[in-house]
Write a protein that binds this ligand. Structure first.
Ligand SMILES: Nc1ncnc2c1ncn2[C@@H]1O[C@H](COP(=O)(O)OP(=O)(O)OP(=O)(O)O)[C@@H](O)[C@H]1O
Ligand SMILES: [Mg+2]
Length: 239
């Protein structure tokens, strides 16, 4: 049996501010569909923002993200200390936790992030790569992870989560994410789901091209809050 990690002592989030706008965003596309590239290149995560990453596959750790180097940690305590210190300032930072994608690691990450919520501070953007690898259910997302989507907004937490299939996305994430970035999809059933959920033409969803089939540029649709709020675009994945 591996030794049980010592629980971290974490404070509750502070200064609930119900006026903060909903901004949680989900990204869905087949593998190679440009999700990670979209997070890196579009401004759904603004340049200069305070950002933490759950980064099991080192998509961000050690690289530049919007001009700032992403500091990487492989243990929770130093990760938590670094983010706590960075949250004391108003300036942007990029800090990644590199741990296996499993529920226990996601829960501990979520508990650290939850405790750093503060409705009077700059927004804290939280990027979670491969949430589906850590979360077994497409149902209600439980625990502290679920809390981030349900209650994070009023404490300035902005969730960004990436998936390959719509059926992998927990219901909590579907209902709480006001923005949906959609790239080239894995199957027609994904397109049908999105078409129904957003009242959007099915053929425009099934015809989205991945970078591989479109000279290195991934096509996408970005649905915002409300019916009919959608923009289309391309992200260059080769540079
Ligand atoms: N640095 C790079 N140079 C050249 N091509 C790249 C680079 N990074 C990614 N690509 C290509 O860009 C495309 C989109 O990649 P991206 O990693 O953004 O997709 P993804 O949706 O995040 O996929 P996954 O679900 O596998 O993580 C892929 O075809 C990939 O091979
Ligand atoms: Mg990716």
């Amino acid at each position: 049996m591996p030794k049980k990690p010592k629980p971290l002592r974490l404070p509750e989030p502070k200064n609930s501010n119900v006026r903060l706008p909903p901004q949680h965003t989900l990204y869905v596309a087949t593998t190679g569909g440009g999700k990670t590239t979209a997070v890196k290149k579009l401004d759904t995560v603004p340049k200069g923002a305070q950002v933490v990453f759950f980064d099991p596959y080192r998509n961000y750790a050690g690289n530049k993200f919007k001009g700032q180097t992403v500091q990487a940690f492989t243990e929770f305590a130093p990760f938590a200390r670094a983010v706590l210190a960075a949250r004391k300032k108003k300036t942007g930072f990029k800090i990644a936790l590199v741990k296996d994608a499993n529920m226990q690691n996601l829960e501990t990450f979520a508990a650290v992030v939850w405790s750093l919520g503060d409705g009077n501070k700059p927004a804290l953007h939280v990027v979670i790569e491969e949430l589906a690898s850590a979360v077994e259910t497409a149902g209600k997302l439980k625990g502290k992870a679920g809390e981030l989507w349900r209650g994070g907004r009023q404490f300035g937490l902005v969730m960004h989560s990436l998936f390959q299939r719509m059926q992998e996305v927990p219901k909590t994430v579907v209902s709480q994410s006001v923005n949906w970035w959609v790239g080239g999809l894995a199957s027609t059933s994904d397109a049908i789901y999105i078409s129904k959920a957003k009242g959007f033409e099915l053929d425009k969803l099934t015809s989205l091209k991945t970078a591989q089939n479109n000279s290195g540029r991934a096509q996408y649709l970005l649905f915002g809050n409300g019916i009919g709020n959608v923009v289309s675009g391309e992200v260059c994945c080769t540079s």
